[in-house]
Design a protein around this ligand. Structure first.
Ligand code: SAM
Length: 246
């Protein structure tokens, strides 16, 4: 689960970077990534939509532990690439194992992405454009690039301020292109895994909630689970039971 080093990183370096990632989602991600490592699984990580590097710093922090590289894709239309690079170096060191790739993700193909990554990805974060077409495209890239045991995080799912993201996921699912299944919704991020691993990660989500009790919101979630019953926190969505931590 979350070790001392991850806890220090999340409360210090991660928290200092401006951006869009809530603590609970970051802590959960750290726990799931550590779970992969504990099972002897590692692979490159990537994010589409880095902005100033907040969530990406966590992926880079984990990449060092796993002995892999984190790849960040962004148009850098909102902030200069140099600002993100500076934040990453401050948070993860001058020799931080990351590569930043400037450009529009809609120009990326699954083959091109695979060539950049060099191996199936352990983790993909989709947090770029909020328009349905590009979101569907980015999900297809994530689906193609991720290892059979890998995870995909879709940011801004069900966020009314980024309404096209939800449409993008439904378009992806409706086309029946991949086999990604929803596992948990945690503070703006929908986590997806392949059907064969969905239950595995669902169990890890619950274990995270049972152990990360220093977070007040996690304690409140556990209390709701206990008092109101599981149907309050785990609901049927896209033919699966999905944990909901809103
Ligand atoms: C919501 S921000 C990402 C937040 C970031 N993940 C964090 O942790 O703070 C969205 C980012 O996606 C980038 N972006 C938007 N459209 C894109 C596209 N088509 N390809 C690549 N990046 C894109 C923007 O430049 C912006 O930096």
């Amino acid at each position: 689960m979350i070790d001392k080093d991850d806890r220090r990183f999340l409360t210090k370096e991660f928290s200092r970077i401006d951006g869009w990632c809530l603590d609970e989602a970051a802590w959960l991600t750290a726990a799931l990534l550590q779970g992969q490592l504990d099972e002897g699984r590692a692979g490159p990580l990537f994010e589409i939509g880095v902005y100033k590097g907040k969530y990406f710093s966590l992926l880079t922090h984990h990449a060092r532990k796993a002995g892999v590289t984190a790849f960040g894709f962004d148009t850098f239309q909102w902030v200069p690439e140099e600002e993100a690079m500076l934040n990453l170096h401050r948070a993860c060191g001058q020799d931080a194992p990351f590569r930043m790739i400037a450009g529009d993700s809609s120009e990326l193909t699954p083959e091109g992405l695979a060539a950049v990554l060099g191996a199936p990805a352990a983790f993909a974060s989709v947090d770029g454009s909020h328009d349905a077409g590009p979101v569907e495209h980015d999900l297809r890239l994530a689906d193609a690039a991720t290892a059979p045991w890998g995870l995909v995080a879709l940011d801004d799912f069900y966020n009314p301020m980024a309404i096209g993201v939800t449409e993008g996921l439904f378009r992806f699912v409706a086309r029946g292109a991949g086999d990604l299944a929803p596992v948990a919704f945690c503070k703006n991020k929908l986590l997806l895994a392949r059907e064969a691993y969905a239950e595995h990660y669902a169990a890890q989500f619950l274990r995270f909630c049972e152990t990360a009790t220093e977070l007040k919101s996690v304690r409140a979630w556990l209390e709701m689970h206990e008092r109101q019953g599981e149907h309050w926190v785990r609901q049927r969505f896209l033919d699966r039971l999905v944990w909901v931590f809103a």
